[in-house]
Design a protein around this ligand. Structure first.
Ligand SMILES: C[S@@+](CC[C@H](N)C(=O)[O-])C[C@H]1O[C@@H](n2cnc3c(N)ncnc32)[C@H](O)[C@@H]1O
Length: 358
């Protein structure tokens, strides 16, 4: 501690306020692990579907140990994730809690986030070392729950906005996809966005590309299960070398900022788009100043960026745009790839949606 810091008196009220915040964070971090357990073991699902339960009843419904469930429920009620009726000694979930924690088809579903948090926490030894060396950690080197969680966390937003708002916000693309166009989904991961688009535009064809082979295998299975396997293909390919030409739309969902060579990815998109085609670039909602990130969303995204996005780009010798890249940095990257137009076409509290054209 510097002598100037030592000389400043501590204000006791502000100290207690700060410590209260820190203890809240301890509880939140630990409870995030318990929420992950609750999803994995179906504790929330059982409570939501079969109604109020004592710890013993919930344990019996889920084939789990009553002693653990009892402790878990106290934690959950103290965090506001479930409700407790002290008179009856039973726990239940409000409609909002039930939807957000159990309904994977709802735009409000947040369960995937706990998988992401769990997986990113496991990266700590590598990332701590990376702080010392400046080296990185590849996307594919993370705990497999990162890939599962990313899909589950992002899919509700894509379901709510992609077809209803984001594609209509682009210049003439919705009409093209309705009549029949070709789309490339770059960095498609498990293919959630690709499959949503394929279901909405049955006359169009979709190609998903990702350089993480296990994600591509998963995406292929998901497309078959969704009944769109005839119109969707998934291939292992890098963003700067993916095959094809004359695409009507090339999409980057939450991945351009992760890349080792985002300018090369933009260049490949520019080279393979049809003359009237659009690039759809979906990025996290970040601030345009450092202090513009000082909120709950900026806190979450800058943490994920440190543990994953920035580390992936650095592992590849990239510019590490990161999850809180400014709009100016993204614009510069996309224009450096050869695009001449770049604009914010839409936004949500979590995402900025950009359109780039040749
Ligand atoms: C945060 S995930 C997003 C996945 C998916 N787009 C979604 O929204 O669910 C980023 C994805 O970009 C992929 N990726 C990163 N760099 C890539 C590159 N250079 N070429 C192809 N895929 C890349 C990763 O493998 C990962 O699947």
């Amino acid at each position: 501690m510097s002598s100037s810091q030592q000389a400043q008196p501590v204000n006791e009220d502000r100290m207690h306020e700060f410590l209260g915040k820190v203890v809240g964070d301890f509880g939140a971090a630990l409870s995030s692990t318990l929420a992950y357990i609750g999803i994995k073991l179906g504790l929330y699902a059982a409570l939501a579907q079969t109604g109020p339960a004592t710890p013993a009843e919930l344990a019996a419904r889920t084939n789990t140990s009553e002693r653990y469930v009892r402790e878990w429920l106290i934690n959950q009620a103290s965090g506001g994730y479930v409700e407790y009726d002290a008179g009856a000694g039973r726990y239940h979930m409000s409609p909002e809690q039930a939807v957000a924690l159990t309904d994977e088809n709802s735009p409000f579903y947040v369960g995937g986030g706990f998988y992401v948090v769990k997986a990113m926490g496991r990266a700590e030894p590598r990332i701590t070392e990376a702080f010392r060396t400046g080296e990185g950690m590849l996307w594919g080197e993370h705990d497999a729950d990162l890939f599962v969680g990313t899909e589950r966390f992002f899919r509700p937003g894509y379901t709510a906005h992609l077809v209803n708002t984001w594609i209509p916000s682009l210049n003439g693309i919705e009409e093209k996809l309705k009549t029949g166009g070709t789309v490339a989904d770059i960095g498609c991961g498990h293919g959630a966005s690709t499959i949503i688009m394929a279901k909405a535009y049955p006359n169009s064809r979709f190609r998903g590309f990702d350089n993480h082979a296990p994600s591509i295998e998963h995406a292929r299975r998901a497309a078959e299960e969704a009944g769109v396997g005839d119109r969707v293909s998934f291939e292992v390919a890098s963003a700067s070398e993916f095959p094809g030409e004359n695409y009507d739309m090339i999409a980057f969902f939450d991945c351009l900022h992760d890349m080792g060579d985002p300018v090369g990815a933009a260049r490949r998109a520019c080279d393979t788009l049809a003359p009237e085609g659009s690039a759809l670039i979906v990025e996290p909602m970040a601030g345009d100043t450092v202090e513009g990130n000082f909120n709950i969303i900026g806190r979450t995204f800058s943490a994920a960026s440190t543990l994953c996005c920035t580390a992936n780009s650095l592992a590849l010798g990239g510019p590490a745009l990161g999850a809180v890249a400014t709009e100016a940095a993204l614009r510069e990257t996309v224009l450096a790839g050869g695009f001449t137009q770049f604009r914010r076409a839409a936004e949500t509290p979590f995402n900025r949606i950009f359109e780039a054209r040749r």
